[in-house]
Each structure stands twice: as C-alpha cells, then as structure tokens.
Write a new protein. Sequence first.
Length: 155
Amino acid sequence: MNENSKVRTCLWFEKGGLEAAKFYVSLLPDSRIDSEYPAEPGNEPVTVEFTLAGAPYQILNGGPHYKLSPAASISVLTEDQNETDRLWSALLADGGEESRCGWLADRYGVSWQIVPKALVRAVTAKDQVAAERARQAMYDMRKIDIATIETAFNG
C-alpha cells in the first residue's frame, strides 16, 4: 500500500480487479501494482492497491452488488496526438466502448477521459470566441483530434 497518500480512489469490480490493474499500470509511466490482499496463490485478491501515473488507486473485487458508472471516470491529460491515440486504442481494445468528447469505457466498464493538453489550452483560452469554436468542434468528436481542435480555434 502507498501509505504516503491519505486519499485514494476505490473502484468496485465484481471480479477481475487484478487483471484490470495490471492492464492499467501497463499504460502509463510512474504506475505499478503496490499490493494484493490477500495474496494467496490461486485465489483472486479481494483488494488490489496500485499507483497510476503517480496517483493511488484501489480495486475491490466486491461481487455483483454495485456497477461502475460514467458518473466517475479516470481523466488522463495527454501530451500529444500520439499519446492520445495510443491510450484510446489500448483502452478500447477487447470490448471497450467509445463515447463523446474524449470519453470511453474500457472492457472492464471503467470510464476514462482522454484529454489532450492542447484541448484544455484551447477551450480555456482568454479569446472566448476562439475557445467556443474549439468547444463546438470537440462536441462532434469521439476521440479528440488535436489538429481539428487547433483549426477550429484558429478560425
């Protein structure tokens, strides 16, 4: 367990949490599995503690009582189109589902926002007219296309 962080996000899974955590930590630097409890050979752990890009998370394999929802999502700020494309493709692989405006649900049902820094800069710019053009362009997208956002921003 990463005891340096007082707060962590816990995701409720029916089962398969260790598999999901291993997948997630493979996607981003500064990510790792921190612990599994109980760590008994042949049994799936009830909890998996992991760090995702420096942020602490926990998965609880708690059974079918609760379902994941897009009401909570993991938001990843990407550097460029290559990173955006790589994460988008990896998270959609094997059964993920696209949504709008950079949102998707992965094969485990976890919602993600893949947000290029260029989008944030565009939609929060002081030039509100240009920012609105970028926002309107985003509304028509599933995966964010930085070139299209920049073209819209520039008019």
